[in-house]
Design a protein around this ligand. Sequence first.
Ligand SMILES: Cc1ncc(COP(=O)(O)O)c(C=O)c1O
Length: 427
Amino acid sequence: MAEVRFTEKTRAILEEYERCKGGFQPLPIALTKAHNATLWDVEGNRYIDFLSFFAVANMGHAHPKIVEAACTATRDCPMANTAFVNPSYARLASKIKEILGYDSIVCMCTGADSTDTATKIARKWGYKVKGIPSGKAVVLTASACYHGITISTHSMSSAPEDVFGPYVPLVGPVSPSGVVVEYGDIQSLKNALEKDHETIAAFMVEPIQGSAGIVDPPEGYLKQAYDLCKQYSVLFIADEVQTGLGRTGELLDSWRSGVKPDLVCLGKALAGGVAPLSAVCGNNDVMDVIEGGDIGSTMAANPPATAAAVAALEVLVEERIAEQSKKKGKLLRELLKAENLAQISGFSGAGMLCAAILNPEYVTSRFNSIRLRRLCAKRGLMVSSASGGTRVRICPPPTIEENLLAEGVKIFAQCVRDLESLDDPIL
Ligand SMILES: Cc1ncc(COP(=O)(O)O)c(C=O)c1O
């Protein structure tokens, strides 16, 4: 099977890259070009994208209409921050109203900004509207959640490593009286709300847990969770940073469960993968608690990002991205199943948010998704590893050409067959 090749060019970049800290364990591949579902590195090697940079490229990479909107805004007026009125931010708010039905939005830059912002809104609502005593408002999350890795969003996760503590109090999957809210277990949420509803301002949840490995909740969970929140006057916040904007077959994944969250967090695909932009959307009964100076950032809602987002939302509707996700997600699973891989025990997720679950009988130090990801990349296919090497995230742009989808599945299946017997340093 054809393999990508690397030369001095890549090695020189990697040497400089040594000075770049952080990130998500990058593969040693220097990407320089992207179009729809195809990526190229500095060597000219081609890769089929089955990852979309973690659900960013819902409209495909470098969609011409979105790029054009961002470039025009960059040329005309690259900055008009929220100390002024940026017309394309206004347009974006109207677009959100039109397609998602929410009265208002507040924009920030990253996904973590949006979940942090939703936490602030929920707490303020808790004090001003629900009447929670000062300093007591809780934002409950669920076990194994991922809402970002800043200090506040890290605090929302199950077991943050104590090297970053102390963490932000009264956020996370444990209620004040100690009930652990397990993702997908409605009884645990019920217990937490029964005991502690008076101080719980909100429950924040991913409709499908993305970074945990594309983990689906049981059928009906989201609606039951929403109903419980309503019963106890608790805001239901959907973190749709990864699941939203067409990725799973609806504009919002919550809609597949018949739920209209009080607040929705968006990020990743909001500006079509062209600029960093995130948002919290909600109706004014909640959003009106936001007052001047409460939420903002110098770079938030800048013209290139908001212009790109307006174009991205137009593309979302015009090109029926959600329908493409549904249809191609079905095709993806059919093609993968047709490969009859004993090493794969099933698939999770919805639409183009998919994970292949590795059969535990086959998972070893040689056969796991950490090595599989590297072998796939070596053969020109980008996927990602999750769940400690036991799941492979397969999330192509919904706009992927069907022949590329089929070609990618073939590469993936051959990598699954060959992995055990291969040693695979990429470079
Ligand atoms: C559901 C969810 N929320 C929040 C985030 C954080 O987004 P960002 O990496 O842009 O801060 C992510 C990122 O993967 C996510 O999947």
